[in-house]
Design a protein around this ligand. Sequence first.
Ligand SMILES: NC(=O)c1ccc[n+]([C@@H]2O[C@H](COP(=O)([O-])OP(=O)(O)OC[C@H]3O[C@@H](n4cnc5c(N)ncnc54)[C@H](OP(=O)(O)O)[C@@H]3O)[C@@H](O)[C@H]2O)c1
Length: 308
Amino acid sequence: MTPADPTAVDIRAAGSFGLGRWQVNRVGYGAMQLAGDNVFGPPRDRDEALRVLREALDSGINHIDTAQYYGPSVVNELIREALHPYPSDLAIVSKVAARRDTVGAVLPYDEPDQLRAGIEDNLMTLGVDRLAAVNLRLMDGSSPGERFDVQLAALVSARDEGLIDGIGLSNVSRAHLLRAVAQTEIVCVQNLFNLVEQRSLDVLEECRLRAIAFVPFCPLGLPSRQRSELLASPVLAGIGARLGATPAQIALAWLLDLAPNILLIPGTRTRQHLAENIQAAAVDFDDTARAELSERFPTVSGVPRFLR
Ligand SMILES: NC(=O)c1ccc[n+]([C@@H]2O[C@H](COP(=O)([O-])OP(=O)(O)OC[C@H]3O[C@@H](n4cnc5c(N)ncnc54)[C@H](OP(=O)(O)O)[C@@H]3O)[C@@H](O)[C@H]2O)c1
């Protein structure tokens, strides 16, 4: 298997999972990095950004993650330029509750009227009447309570009015999830989760029990040091050498293997990494790989050993 050949693998090898009424392949694409550096301004290579998006769909991806505040507007406009009119099976999922200022700072935009405006901005820049799902991306780290209920109600109204098919949550605890599902249907949860950062394991498990899609962001580790260390891990390299895969593919295949409700959205601005990430769908994970990875990256008292 060569990392640069996107046709070498049938993406359906990893199966599919329900995202509300949408059934999507488990390997999707996160579009965040298509904006300029720090997810702000125009892309470094606009033509390549458009090619990445088109190749994602040509390779069988039917789940794209985005946000109005990526750029801002930049990523949604690239998606529209590359892919509109969209195929009927393409689930575009966005998130609301943040905005950017003129120098790129990320600011909360999470009052109920702002959440509504955020959804409408997404619809406009993507050129659609309705989105497959929108995540309420919590920005303030607050515990679930009345403010959370009011925010959730804003998304319920948008769904009732047909602007979105499903409601997702992002950056939430299990307590948020339980409070939300007591009020309405939740179709996905998007939290930080990867080999070295497994603190959302309880949220993943709760989602699995409820057949809610769990969408880990930063599946290759947090930017810079953590990601570099993960991708340079001799354990991943060793497993990869044995299974004919790269360390990134092993990190992604571990997630696919971990639970059937995990949907991947690894991001990249290059077609080479896109193809490499898609090929994680075909890695033949085995018990030896599982044992080696759980030995090297265990979850102990909620804090992975790697981070201590
Ligand atoms: N809900 C949230 O709060 C939240 C937060 C962060 C992200 N997200 C979403 O989650 C998606 C995924 O997050 P992410 O952190 O994985 O993606 P990302 O932030 O889009 O970037 C992934 C990074 O890994 C690199 N990379 C990708 N494939 C690689 C490979 N095979 N080998 C080596 N490096 C590789 C990319 O560099 P190259 O461009 O050079 O390939 C990029 O710098 C984002 O695109 C976004 O849609 C959501």
